[in-house]
Write a new protein. Structure first.
Length: 82
């Protein structure tokens, strides 16, 4: 069994935490995209890419804002305010 130093152990744990956070954000984005596609119809590839590029805080804000969206114009207006 190889010897693992404290630094290696800490690095591995930090890597796991970063992986979990990234996975969580990807899940949030997937849900927001599903909801938007259901509410507004199929999003363009550019809109999808724009949503995928948002920070987690922005994704969370969008997830609340989309409840009031009635058209793609509402999504575009939301993007313009970011």
């Amino acid at each position: 069994m190889p010897y693992i130093t404290s630094i290696e152990r800490i690095s591995r744990e930090e890597g796991r935490q970063e992986g979990r956070a990234e996975g969580f954000q990807q899940g949030e984005v997937a849900v927001v995209l599903r909801l938007l596609n259901r509410r507004l119809g199929q999003l363009s590839p550019a809109q999808t890419a724009q949503i995928q590029g948002l920070a987690l805080e922005q994704v969370e804000e969008l997830s609340e804002s989309l409840l009031d969206f009635e058209s793609i114009a509402d999504l575009e207006n939301w993007f313009s305010r970011q």
